[in-house]
Design a protein around this ligand. Sequence first.
Ligand SMILES: *Cc1c(COP(=O)(O)O)cnc(C)c1O
Length: 338
Amino acid sequence: MSRSRFTLDIGAVRQNARVLVRALGGSELWAVVKADGYGHGAVDVARAALEGGATALCVASVAEALEVRMALADARLIVLGPAAEDELASAAAARLELVGADGRVPDGVPVHLKLDTGMGRWGLSELAAPARNVVGLMSHFASSESDPAFTRLQIERFRSATAAYGPLTRHLANSAGALAYPESRFDAARCGIALYGISPFGDDAATRGLVPALRWESQLALVKRLEAGESTGYGRAFVAERPTWVGIVPVGYADGFRRDMIGTEVVVGGERCRAIGAVSMDAFAVELPAERPVGESVTILGDGVRAEEHAHVADTIAYEIVCGLRTSAPRAIRRVIE
Ligand SMILES: *Cc1c(COP(=O)(O)O)cnc(C)c1O
């Protein structure tokens, strides 16, 4: 039996794309599939997003774009991160669009100029008259999930800096912007996290009609009873105070079940159970309410367990949880369903 199984529901991605298209009220949806589609599988997600109404795909690097291009010959592909000089020829040959964020405008490819409106990272502080191969103007939010005043300031800076360049495609919003700031939508929105059915705000995405696209399942590989005073795992991080049934799940930090996720809940045979002890490279322990059979199902994502919950326990964001998943063989089995 496999140690764990990931199931990507591309019907869910399609539906999330439709929800976003509707929310965007006429602006285009550009699907962000960088970092292998936030750990979900870039090509599968890209295809589903296009079927759901997205009109372009965004990735972080030329290498990522070339991989998507091999599978999707006709898709519009935009590389959000910097491209090196020696990547320009292959970018042009693969019909990629690049971003100019440091004053240089790459030659021979369509370019989006990036303005820094408050992110304080890549981006121009001022917009000069755009060169002829510039097709778009963009910027990026710093805190659209948490700071309305600063987000509105960024929207206003972007609006006024780009107002004179109406014919160019203007795009500013990420998922949070697309969902919460109608005035940030301009001509297109670059949405990632919401496409995967995860809320950028850390709350329950279902309230916005978004469906989590990834399930992660395993099973109990071992069930044992600890007597009072006995421990499980490295460092004796969990010591039983009374006789306690524990199950060992053959999934660990090398699979993406991070050490700081201890204390989070998973579903064992239909019941929520807490991860206890210390996560090993290849296993973690759960506290069981009673003896359970070896082979009992364990759901780490799905059945109501959301990536946002694990992120909360780990004091991080759901983006980091899903990007860290090792969804492909030989660590796990990955399936795609409609
Ligand atoms: C990753 C990224 C996005 C997508 O952000 P989400 O919060 O996942 O929607 C949009 N724009 C840029 C420039 C990005 O790097």
